[in-house]
Design a protein around this ligand. Structure first.
Ligand SMILES: [Zn+2]
Length: 423
């Protein structure tokens, strides 16, 4: 089925000026983009924008723990390690595969309504997460969080992560799989080496928490460069380093490394502010993520994009840094690229029709035009402007409804799971 977005603005992370076009979606891809002054192509379904709607690429949440929506609100206003040890890890022990499955679906309701089409998830019981992704028709980059514990735990978790890759990597074009060592403070160096060796031999990327807090940097025992080399992270097919708040900005990074900025989670946990402008100045790829809903507490990538765009202007007293278009690119294309999704995250012919329809017919868009649309979206807009979210040309969220998901059942099962793990 072909869907025509007739006379809409298109904006993405490569356009400083938004064009007014007819955008045709067919067979899951962007089939054509033609000038809005020309006659539109024919289609089965027509969405008439009349210049009052915009189409942007779907957001890619490059770091989250989706099922942690079930732990939202537990232990607020506490430092990271205290929060993890006292509030999060004891409750996580009670999570079952079933709870994680329903929690992930519940997170997907939030993510789709706020324009996310793809999310990079690190958690456990990931087969259920993969099945939830496939049943919804979303895209995801999945890894099993690997942490030390009783003897043999790391080996079993790594084996489980490799099996996840064998079963799901590339599945229906919706899923990529990475290896997921949790962090330097939960995975000893020797185990890191065996995980990166496995990544190389299986051709997999790695998703890793790195230098989220100052204490973690102080206890690393070497420079970040030395750590990346000693662990083998700088020679795996690709490594995506979540947070990197305390990664020294003069660190030389190999081309296989991308950083994932989680500004709201870092602010809320008091972890600090990543030196984003330094990385952008050096053309180091940086994607955006929310982190889990129990540290953010939202899964709203639009807010993450806006925060990334304004936070560093204030922190560095430089209103020129992190322009709106860069923030939009980080929230969309950079995450897709970092996690192995090709032709996703820009509005281009032939690319995946992973799109968000934005309603511009609101007071806060008065004065919007092609020249200023990106800035209006990033600074004035919010996920409340979203009229629909599409993955591979299929609506997964449209005007408050979820065509592929049973919202009532997901809500009920998630309430039950929350009750079971917290009582
Ligand atoms: Zn995290």
């Amino acid at each position: 089925m072909a869907t025509l977005f007739k006379d809409v603005y298109i904006s993405d992370g490569s356009r400083t000026i938004a064009e007014r076009v007819h955008l045709l979606v067919s067979k899951g891809r962007i089939a054509s983009i033609t000038d809005a002054r020309e006659n539109p192509p024919s289609a089965d379904k027509i969405i008439s924008g009349r210049g009052k709607m915009a189409v942007i690429p779907g957001f890619v949440n490059a770091h989250t723990h989706a099922a942690m929506v079930l732990l939202r609100g537990l232990g607020e206003d506490a430092p990271l390690m205290e929060w993890l040890k006292n509030k999060i890890w004891p409750v996580e022990d009670k999570l079952t595969p079933e709870y994680i499955y329903w929690g992930t679906l519940s997170a997907m309701l939030e993510m789709l309504a706020t324009g996310t089409t793809c999310f990079a998830d690190m958690y456990f019981e990931m087969e259920g997460v993969a099945d939830a992704v496939l049943s919804a028709g979303m895209k995801a980059a999945l890894c099993r969080g690997i942490t030390a514990g009783e003897p043999g735990k790391i080996e079993r978790s790594l084996q489980n992560n490799i099996e996840l890759a064998e079963k799901y990597h590339g599945r229906e074009g919706l899923i990529t799989v990475q290896l997921g060592p949790h962090a330097p403070y939960t995975v000893p160096m020797e185990a890191m080496k065996s995980i990166t060796e496995a990544a190389k031999s299986h051709g997999l990327g790695v998703h890793f928490h790195f230098l989220e807090t100052k204490g973690e940097r102080d206890n690393l025992g070497m420079t970040p460069s030395e750590y990346l080399e000693a662990s083998g992270l700088d020679s795996v097919p690709y490594a995506n380093l979540a947070h990197s708040v305390w990664l020294d900005p003069d660190t030389e990074l190999h081309e296989n490394i991308s950083l994932i900025h989680c500004p709201c989670s870092n602010l809320k946990l008091g972890s600090g502010i990543m030196p984003l402008p330094s990385w952008l100045d050096r053309d180091v790829p940086v994607a955006l993520g929310t982190d889990g809903a129990s540290s953010n507490n939202r899964l709203d990538m639009w807010e993450e994009m806006r925060t990334a765009a304004i936070l560093h202007k204030g922190a560095s007293m430089n209103p020129v840094c992190v322009p709106a278009v860069d923030a939009l690119r980080m929230a969309t294309y950079e995450g897709a690229r970092a996690f192995g999704f090709s032709q996703k995250g820009m509005i281009r012919e032939g690319w995946a029709a992973d799109l968000v329809l934005v309603n511009l017919d609101s007071p806060h868009y008065i004065g919007v035009n092609g020249e200023n649309l990106a800035a209006y979206l990033v600074y004035a807009g919010s996920s409340g402007d979203i009229a629909g979210t599409m993955v591979n040309g299929r609506w997964l969220y449209r005007n408050g409804e979820y065509p592929t998901l049973d919202r009532e059942e997901i809500m009920q099962k998630s309430h039950e799971a929350r009750k079971a793990i917290t009582e």
